[in-house]
Design a binder for this molecule. Structure first.
Ligand SMILES: Nc1ncnc2c1ncn2[C@@H]1O[C@H](COP(=O)(O)OP(=O)(O)OP(=O)(O)O)[C@@H](O)[C@H]1O
Length: 290
């Protein structure tokens, strides 16, 4: 660990681990405030130009996305040494959305709708700032102590500015949009597709495009055949299914924007408590390695 980091923070126990680094609890020596420090191990990503770009982009794009946007994780300090990049972030220690879905999906519709509204709000704010997250999935949806949603992990994010197109196969298999899998240029609506998969998972406890391997999942995503099996969706309202169709629309030009999802949220009056509980699990597939 960097001595510079240790001059300012005492570093505590591990909170989580990702592909490139470890997140630990830390405390400011000056103020006594608690934070999380994400320490990215540079050795794990220096061979790959896209991974290297992500090392440079993560602090920049987290800052840009989070400026004046309380629904994104805030970055408080950055320390760098030859081995690590340390990002000091808001401490968000509660269960993330993946843990919540695994423990208690399907969610009652009002609960799913509330999470979706907060996620769409977070994404709309990022998109207004020209930042596309590109790895929206339940494990990157965290909550603060008051239960407010915070979008985290801008390690795959890209700056598209004002209407720019992006390229590069980035994301996580179950959640990635078809235009990304197809290797085409794409826009920020890839995040809306992923948020649609998240909504589907909250309402049913499973994902819409499932396979045992990444290749099988990609095949299903490319076909984009959206189904609502009656065993899982019997009690899901037509309004929620309609919203899912508009978010998981293969044609990105017809797909809702994050802003439109937010305004559609006000139409979700039909969302109701379904009271179901099924023991379904989302299986973990690792993020895409190009
Ligand atoms: N601000 C935070 N507060 C508390 N825990 C966090 C915070 N940020 C991340 N974590 C935990 O650490 C884990 C890894 O973090 P993160 O997803 O940012 O790492 P990563 O290396 O970019 O992961 P990925 O494999 O998704 O690319 C998360 O799943 C979460 O459990």
């Amino acid at each position: 660990m960097t001595s510079e980091l240790h001059r300012h923070f005492s570093v505590g126990p591990e909170l989580g681990r990702g592909r490139f680094g470890t997140v630990r609890r830390c405390t400011s020596l000056l103020s006594g405030e608690h934070f999380a420090v994400k320490s990215v191990d540079k050795a794990r990503l220096l061979d790959d130009p896209l991974d290297r770009a992500s090392l440079e982009n993560e602090p920049k794009l987290t800052r840009l996305a989070a400026a004046g946007n309380p629904s994104a994780v805030q970055i408080h300090a950055v320390f760098e040494d030859p081995l690590h990049l340390h990002l000091v972030l808001d401490l968000l220690p509660g269960p993330d959305l993946l843990q919540r879905i695994t423990a208690s999906a399907p969610f009652p519709e009002p609960e799913a709708a509330a999470v979706l509204a907060a996620l769409a709000d977070a994404l709309a704010a990022c998109h207004r700032r020209g930042v596309c997250h590109r790895d929206v999935k339940p494990d990157n949806v965290l909550f603060d102590e008051q239960g407010r949603l915070r979008l985290a992990d801008f390690g795959s994010a890209e700056f598209f500015g004002d209407g720019g197109r992006m390229e590069g196969v980035v994301g996580t298999p179950y959640y990635v949009a078809p235009e990304v899998v197809a290797g085409r240029e794409y826009d920020e609506k890839v995040d809306v597709w992923s948020a649609g998969v998240v909504l589907y998972a909250m309402l049913s406890g499973t994902v819409p495009f499932y396979g045992d391997s990444a290749a099988e999942v990609f095949d299903k995503v490319l076909r984009g055949n959206l189904r609502f099996p009656s065993a899982l969706f019997r009690e899901v309202s037509p309004a929620a299914k309609d919203l899912l169709r508009r978010m998981l629309c293969r044609d990105a030009s017809r797909r809702l924007s994050a802003e439109q999802v937010l305004s559609k949220y006000s139409l979700l009056g039909e969302f109701y408590f379904s009271g179901r509980h099924q023991n379904l699990t989302i299986f973990y597939l690792p993020p895409i390695h190009r």
